[in-house]
Design a protein around this ligand. Structure first.
Ligand code: HEC
Length: 100
């Protein structure tokens, strides 16, 4: 039991609670279908700006997480707080930076 708690602690400090594999599949689908509806099928930009790694490189994690969480007032970018947890949004930003 002690060992398990220790492992949990280590994992959390590295990856702020990664979503389960099932949830990761859902999030990838969300990114393609829902985010892609505005940001383009390959996130190259459309109604919404490009979300490709090179276009996000200069922007901080906090800034991108804030945008996805609360949306951007005065633009079409909606808030995702009702649907996604902070950890899931953090994971999505990581995925945008390192798509595979
Ligand atoms: C209804 C259209 C729409 C949908 C759906 C949408 N976005 Fe956006 N998003 C926008 C627009 C428009 C902007 C640009 C806002 C601006 O002009 O500052 C934006 C901006 C952003 C930015 C900031 C980019 C930057 O360079 O500053 C991020 C990150 C982002 N969206 C992620 C997402 C993610 C992740 C999803 C899906 C969970 C999503 N968006 C779904 C319209 C949308």
């Amino acid at each position: 039991m002690k060992k398990l708690l220790f492992l949990l602690f280590i994992t959390n400090s590295c990856f702020a609670a990664e979503p389960s594999p099932e949830r990761q599949t859902e999030l990838r689908n969300l990114l393609k279908n829902d985010c892609g509806a505005c940001h383009g099928l390959s996130l190259q930009g459309g109604l919404g700006s490009s979300l490709q790694p090179q276009d996000l490189a200069q922007k901080s994690d906090d800034f991108l997480i804030e945008t996805i969480t609360n949306g951007r007032k005065g633009t079409a970018m909606p808030p995702w707080k009702p649907f996604l947890t902070h950890d899931e949004i953090t994971w999505l930003v990581h995925l945008l930076r390192h798509p595979n």
